[in-house]
Design a protein around this ligand. Structure first.
Ligand code: AP5
Length: 219
């Protein structure tokens, strides 16, 4: 059973790599950002509560995120392992996850840190386009959507720019990252499963390193 955590600043490329990595390992890709946006879209009371934080680029309070994650971990597919993308994002979340994993005798296999400088992040986020129909993520310059307007399976693309993907909101998200999430690096370095990845490279180069890691994890 493989249990993976991807951490890193906003726009570091976690989601882009998580889709393939999780599929290679046969584990669900659990993005707390996606779960939060799904709540928001469903218009539930919880969705309305989280919207005001997420749209502003602020972190959603720990107790709400932990509730959403606990519910997701109860689903059958998470029993065979998981890849968390963007969770944990605070020391309190990390400690809560540790407690859960300890109770269930499920140690983490690896924590991958996506290392990218701030100036690269702003350019990546402001150029991101996401598809409403497929969930695919593109970049106007680095990973342009097909000119045909359809994905590789022939599905029609319906691209939009996320509410929090403006330069102003990215600055807020980076501040939140520095104040709350960066502390996870020393935290996980001590755990012995920390792995740094130079994410300031082409998508294909990072993907190749992760493919090697997937082979090691499956051995
Ligand atoms: P979330 O959706 O998780 O956003 P994020 O962490 O800010 O991460 P992103 O999705 O922005 O970036 P990414 O690293 O996945 O990059 P991507 O692969 O898309 O969270 C959104 C909000 O939800 C948070 O602000 C917060 O409010 C809330 N939230 C979520 N989790 C929470 C938690 N645990 N606690 C509290 N609140 C939480 O790539 C970005 C762009 O770059 C794309 O266009 C892509 O095509 C391009 N790209 C990717 N890799 C490369 C590359 N190597 N070279 C060039 N371009 C690249």
């Amino acid at each position: 059973m493989t249990r993976v955590v991807f951490i890193g600043p906003p726009g570091a490329g976690k989601g882009t790599q998580a889709v393939k990595f999780a599929s290679t390992l046969g584990i669900p890709h659990i993005s707390t950002g996606d779960l939060i946006r799904a709540e928001k879209k469903a218009g539930t009371p919880l969705g309305m509560e989280v919207q005001k934080y997420a749209d502003e680029g602020k972190l959603v309070p720990d107790e709400i995120v932990l509730k959403i994650v606990a519910e997701r971990l109860e689903e059958d597919d998470a029993k065979k392992g998981f890849l968390f993308d963007g969770f944990p994002r605070t020391i309190a979340q990390a400690k809560s996850l540790d407690r859960y994993l300890k109770i269930h005798h499920m140690p983490l296999s690896v924590v991958v840190f996506f290392d990218v400088p701030d100036d690269v992040i702003v350019e990546r986020i402001c150029g991101r386009r996401t598809c409403r129909n497929t969930g695919n993520v593109y970049h106007v310059r680095f990973n342009p959507p097909p000119a045909s307007g359809r994905d590789e399976n022939g599905k029609q693309l319906d691209l939009y720019q996320r509410e929090d993907d403006t330069e102003e909101k990215v600055r807020v998200r980076l501040k939140e990252y520095e104040e709350n999430t960066a502390a996870l690096i020393p935290y996980y370095k001590e755990s012995g499963v920390f792995q740094n990845i130079d994410a300031n490279r082409d998508i294909s180069e990072i993907e190749a390193d992760l493919a090697d890691l997937a082979i090691k994890l499956s051995a």
